[in-house]
Structures are given as structure tokens and as C-alpha cells.
Design a protein around this ligand. Sequence first.
Ligand code: ATP
Ligand code: LTN
Length: 334
Amino acid sequence: MFGDQKVSFSGVQPSGNLTIGNYLGALRNFSAYSEAYKTFYCVVDEHAITVRQVPAELRRRTYETLALYMACGLDPEKNTLYVQSMVHEHAELSWILNCFTMFGELSRMTQFKDKSAKHADNINAGLFTYPVLMASDILLYQTDVVPVGVDQKQHVELCRDIATRFNQVYPDTFTIPEPIVAKQGRKIMSLAEPEKKMSKSDENPNAVVYILDDRDTIIRKFKRAVTDSESEIRYDEAAKPGVSNLITIYSCFTGKTVEEIEREFDGKGYGDFKAAVGEACADALAPVQAEFNRRLADKAGLEAQMKKGAEEASWYARRTLSKVQKKLGFVQIR
Ligand code: ATP
Ligand code: LTN
């Protein structure tokens, strides 16, 4: 709560082309809070550099991610949309919270274990303390709810532990946030290896459907999706992970329930089903893509938004940071 306002906060890294996993698990759920909450949606470029980035690509993707936020229905008049590195309080609070986070806690984070296995040549301290920066993002705005995919739930839970620990020493400092994981679309799986999360950093482009893929590419990728040797369209995550993932995606894009989908494709083959999933996905993404292109073409408009968003966010961030500094005993001279 900031004053008497409930707050929603989330972030997306500009570290690659965004996937339908990012869309269904996170982005498309953000706008639900625009009316009743004070909402902050951040392009977390400081998180992205925990993995080596090409500067020109990071810059381009920062603009693209902001344009995608807007294309996914986030009206910049109703939501604070901004870039993390433009609000220096994130990095400052992060240092302080490092001193309230335990080495053992960070060692247990599954994303750290996965990413350090994947980037064995660059296991930097930032990769390890990544969740502390994320906690700072969230706590700076006295956040109540954090809409995320299920893979980020562990990080939000750690954020709650850090905030609770801080509040025990310095009462009434932070609001304790709640992770909000969508019932449907919480974990979209790879089309090539349906036991694995669909990830924007996957090296196999056929495993991943990008939000900005064109219609033909989307349909082709779904046609190639891995299923199984049966022919029945039935939801069973353990026995039929590929088909179940496609049913989830179809359900997310059409609003139909699993039972309705099983009935619709009763007696039909995988070919028909995959074609329908591809069509539904392409239809749903078409308006997002059109709006994205329109927003991206207006670079000056995006930059004006970055400036306005950072100014709005800074006002809130400054208030929380100076409260924290005061409680800690840092000398404050006005
Ligand atoms: P990477 O693959 O590079 O680790 P990522 O796509 O997991 O990146 P982010 O861009 O930071 O990471 O994710 C933004 C949001 O999208 C987060 O809330 C995350 O939980 C959600 N998300 C990412 N992948 C999926 C997925 N496959 N299914 C559902 N939600 C997802
Ligand atoms: N760690 C998240 C991105 C992220 C985030 C946040 C999400 C950074 N800061 C604050 C929610 C709230 C990820 O990798 N998906």
C-alpha cells in the first residue's frame, strides 16, 4: 500500500525476443490491475546484464519491451511504465537489502542454479544477488501484488522473507507483497521439449513462439510441435505433456475450457488440432503486433514515455528509500 492505494508491480527483462510464455504467464495479466491499483511495470535492464548482452541489442530491446507493454493493453496514462536503470533508487536499495539477505537463501534459488549451469563461464555476483535487486524493485513501491509466471514465485517469496526480516528490525517499513500466478498460462512449455519451460533464451527457435512471429511462422511452429504416439486429444500432463501444453495454449487464447476443447477435437487427429492452435494464437496476437509496430515506429514517443515514467516512479522510490535510510541511521541533510 502506498498511502491508501493498493499497488501492483512487475518486470520483464529486455534480454531477448518475448515469447507467448511471457505473454500468457505475465504481460497479458498486468492490465487487470490498471483500474483499481496504482501500477508500475518496469523494463528491468539492470537484471538483463547478469548475462552478457550486446549493447545495441539491449538498447533496441528496451524500446521494444516498452512498446510491447503498451501493445498488451497498458495505457501509459493509467500505468507507470518505465526503465529500471533510469531510477537509481533500485540499485541503491539493492545494496541495503544485500545486507538483509542470507548467502544460504540465495544459494537455494533454482534460477541461480539453472543459469549458473547454463553460463558456467560467467557465474558473476550479480547472477547470485539477482533476487535482491528484484526484491528492491518490488519493495520500493510498497507493492501488494506481483503478477508473474510460476518460475518467479520463489523469488517473490524470498522478497517477502527479506521484507519481513527488515520489518522485524525496523517496524512498518515495507508492505509484504503477494505473488499472483495466473491459473492458466502460469508455465507454458517448450514446443520441442514439453518437459522444459518455454524460454526466450532457448537456442532452438522452433521450440519457442515469439509474440512477434508472423502468422505463417506461428502456424508452422505449432505444426511441428512435439506430441506423442497416440492420437487422442486429452489433457494429461504426466503422460501427454506436449498435447497438454497445446491444450493450455489453445485454452488461453480462446477462453475455452479443457473439457470443451477435448469435446471439440473428439475423433479428430493431431494435425487438425495443431492447425487450430496455430490459428487461434496468430489471431490473438495480430492486434498486439499491429499496436506494437505502431508504438515502436514512434521512437520520440517512447522516449517521452521513458522520461515521464521514470519521473513518476522516482517520486515513489525516493519516498521509500529515504524512509529506509532514516530508519537505518544514515545521516540525512535536506
Ligand atoms: P529467460 O528465458 O531469458 O530466463 P524469461 O522469459 O524466463 O527469460 P523474463 O523476461 O524476465 O524471463 O520473464 C518475464 C515474465 O514472464 C516473468 O513473470 C516470468 O515468470 C514469465 N514467464 C517467462 N517464461 C514463461 C513461461 N514459459 N510460461 C509462463 N510465464 C513465463
Ligand atoms: N526476475 C524476473 C523479472 C523481474 C521481476 C521484477 C518480476 C525483475 N524484477 C520484479 C516481478 C517483479 C524474471 O526473470 N522474470
